[in-house]
Write a new protein. Structure first.
Length: 153
C-alpha cells in the first residue's frame, strides 16, 4: 500500500511537488500526431491541444492561423505558415513551464493584447522562489467586431 505519492496523474496533467505540468504521455501523443489533411483532423488537433492551453503562453495567438482554417467558408489551405505553427505548438507544449500551486498571498496579473488575440498570466512571488512564477496562462481570440477596436481600447 502506498502512503505518499509525489507524482499524481490527474485529468491529463501531472501533479508534482513543484506544481502542475502536462502529462508526458499526453504530450507525447500530440508530438506524434501527423499534420492534419482536412478540417476535421485540424479541429481534433486543436481540441486536444486546448486541454493544455493554461500551460502555454499566448496559446490563442499561436493557433490563430490554424483556427482561421476551421471557419465555415474558409478554403482548406495547409502551407508552410500552418506547418510552422503546427511545429511551434508542439515545441511550446513540450517546453511548457511548471505551473506553481496557488499560495493565496499577493497575485500579479500580466496582460497583453494584439490585433487578433488577448493574453494574460496569473503569477505570484513565493518565499521559496523569489522570481515571478506562473500559476496559469489565459488567452482568447478577438471576435471580428473586437478586432476593429484599437488595441489600447
Amino acid at each position: 500500500m502506498l502512503l505518499c505519492l509525489y507524482r499524481v496523474k490527474y485529468l491529463g496533467h501531472l501533479l508534482i511537488p513543484e506544481g502542475i505540468k502536462p502529462n508526458e504521455t499526453k504530450v507525447q501523443a500530440i508530438l506524434t500526431m501527423k499534420e492534419p489533411t482536412n478540417v476535421k483532423q485540424l479541429k481534433t488537433l486543436l481540441k486536444t491541444c486546448t486541454w493544455f492551453r493554461k500551460c502555454v503562453q499566448n496559446f490563442s495567438g499561436i493557433v490563430h492561423p490554424l483556427t482561421k482554417l476551421t471557419r465555415k467558408h474558409e478554403p482548406w489551405s495547409w502551407g508552410e505558415d500552418q506547418r510552422k505553427v503546427f511545429d511551434e505548438l508542439k515545441i511550446k507544449l513540450t517546453s511548457s513551464p511548471i505551473l506553481i500551486q496557488v499560495d493565496y498571498l499577493q497575485f500579479l496579473v500580466r496582460t497583453d493584447a494584439s490585433n487578433h488575440a488577448l493574453g494574460a498570466a496569473l503569477m505570484q512571488v513565493q518565499s521559496e522562489h523569489p522570481d515571478e512564477r506562473v500559476i496559469e496562462y489565459a488567452s482568447r481570440l478577438l471576435t471580428p467586431a473586437e478586432q476593429r477596436y484599437s488595441t489600447t481600447e
